[in-house]
Design a protein around this ligand. Structure first.
Ligand SMILES: [Zn+2]
Ligand SMILES: [Zn+2]
Length: 130
């Protein structure tokens, strides 16, 4: 007969876990690409919807930026840059979950290096020997 009633596991008391404070809702979001906490406000745009560092976004809007009408929640990776007439840059995002694409205006503090990297990405494929 082995140990009788040998339950030695320590009982874990259920602690209330505060992971995201309720006060932070609506003021920042966690980037799905690099994990950065990104403040919602941004220079030059009313709705920041992508990370200024890695430019990843999240599929939360359906038709209008900021409408938060989509329940997809997939990660949207920047795939291209579009430049309008007066030099206004937009990032083209594609959702990795459902494949939908959308254009988002760049914000004033977006990482310029990351923007340029996306813009020249088609060229970098030509240069496969590094
Ligand atoms: Zn990021
Ligand atoms: Zn999606």
């Amino acid at each position: 007969m082995s140990r009788r009633n040998g339950r030695t596991e320590r009982r874990q008391r259920a602690k209330p876990v505060h992971r995201d404070g309720p006060a932070r809702r609506g003021t920042s979001f966690r980037c799905v690409g690099c994990g950065l906490d990104v403040p919602m406000w941004a220079p030059g745009t009313a709705h920041r919807n992508h990370c200024p560092t890695c430019l990843c976004s999240r599929h939360v809007d359906r038709a209008v930026p900021g409408d938060r009408a989509s329940s997809c929640g997939g990660r949207m990776d920047p795939i291209s840059i579009s430049v309008r007439g007066e030099g206004e840059w937009s990032i083209i995002h594609r959702c990795g979950a459902c494949g939908v694409m959308g254009a988002n205006r760049v914000a004033g503090d977006d990482n310029p290096l990351a923007l340029v990297r996306i813009a020249v990405r088609p060229l970098s494929h030509l240069d496969s020997v590094r």
